[in-house]
Design a protein around this ligand. Structure first.
Ligand SMILES: Cc1cc2nc3c(=O)[nH]c(=O)nc-3n(C[C@H](O)[C@H](O)[C@H](O)COP(=O)(O)OP(=O)(O)OC[C@H]3O[C@@H](n4cnc5c(N)ncnc54)[C@H](O)[C@@H]3O)c2cc1C
Length: 309
């Protein structure tokens, strides 16, 4: 019936089962090679397909966040850890060579490099069916979105939650399969749109990648969001999806998009009241932050690693 009956391991052991979960990473051994669920390629919207990664010595700038810096053909990450800083350049091989990417990365470290740059290859997209027959793909076997917003592990976790919620009987109910795929598609599509927005809404005119991504047409779902925001600052709120309105607002404003109008309901609010409420909020946040230890201090007290002897 097109279902997987068993998997034969390298040792020769045969594993039979009713439901198989493919977590073989990019290879998608069961979902792709066996079940032939096609991979929908999103490179035209998310052209970054490679990364160079290198650790460097830890610097004093121990930020409590990952810094992402736009570069000529992509962006560079900087992730401070206790014992070193992780760095990488995510780039599009259509716009820069591997050697140039490695050079750019090595020229932009804030500590001594602790290794040679390591190349990683990937392709943005997802399976058209993450659950097909009696095979469910989870993680990279189901799809990949570049790490600009560090979303892969979230997508793994949400797929596991959905599978548990929709756990099938032996016969693999098609309604459950359809619902699982709808939920997975929603999650992927919303993260995809959020990532594309970072690239599309840019005003740089100094590099090919940025010109390309600004001028490309984007998925209808994203174009609708941009149009609604431009029209009167609307951000749709969905029950599912990783990024809530504050994230969208940050990137929309951060990338220079401005609403042309406003929601008529806001006319019922007095500007002074809104300003006062925001001022109170700002003061409360500031007081709380002032009373807290620094990130460096907190990490040392709470989960500090012992210095190597
Ligand atoms: C530098 C870097 C930084 C990242 N940062 C983040 C982050 O901040 N946040 C985040 O959410 N995600 C991040 N990710 C992504 C995240 O780590 C991956 O998406 C996640 O680990 C993928 O898990 P997976 O199990 O799907 O695939 P993998 O981790 O690739 O696991 C697949 C496994 O299948 C095994 N396998 C394959 N073929 C066979 C076979 N024939 N027989 C037996 N075993 C097989 C492989 O050996 C492997 O162990 C990052 C990735 C990288 C490279």
């Amino acid at each position: 019936n097109g279902h997987i009956a068993s998997v034969t391991l390298e040792s020769g052991e045969v594993v039979t089962g009713d439901l198989f979960i493919d977590c073989s990473g990019f290879k998608g051994l069961l979902i792709g090679e066996t079940m032939e669920s096609p991979f929908e390629d999103w490179t035209k919207w998310l052209p970054c397909d490679r990364a160079m990664a290198v650790p460097c010595a830890r610097s004093d700038d121990f930020t409590p966040y990952t810094r992402s810096t736009a570069r000529e053909a992509g962006w560079q990450w900087r992730i401070p850890l206790q014992h070193r800083t992780g760095n990488g350049y995510v780039y599009s091989s259509a716009f820069i060579s591997d050697d140039e990417a490695a050079r750019t990365l090595m020229d932009n470290l804030d500590g001594e490099a602790l290794a040679d740059p390591r190349p990683i290859r990937f392709k943005a997209g997802r399976r058209t069916e993450s659950w097909k027959g009696n095979c469910v793909a989870i993680g990279l076997a189901s799809g990949f979105l570049e790490p600009l917003e560090s979303t892969s592990i979230y997508l793994v976790q949400i797929a596991i939650n959905n599978l548990v919620q929709l756990w099938p009987r032996k016969a693999m109910d098609p309604v459950l399969i359809k619902e699982f795929n709808r939920l997975v598609d929603n999650e992927y599509d919303r993260v995809r749109d959020f990532l594309i927005l970072h690239y599309h809404a840019n005003t740089r005119d100094d590099a090919e990648l940025w010109r390309y991504t600004r001028e490309m047409s984007v998925p209808d779902s994203l174009q609708d969001k941009i149009d609604r925001f431009r029209h009167r600052g609307d951000i749709p709120f969905y029950r599912s999806g990783l990024f809530a309105p504050p994230s969208w607002v940050s990137v929309m404003f951060g990338q220079g998009l401005k609403p042309e109008g406003h929601d008529r309901l806001t006319e019922r609010l007095k500007l002074e009241d809104v300003q006062q409420r925001l001022e109170t909020l700002r003061r409360k946040i500031s007081n709380r932050v002032d009373a807290m230890p620094t990130h460096d201090q907190f990490v040392r007290d709470y989960c500090g690693v012992k210095e190597a002897a």
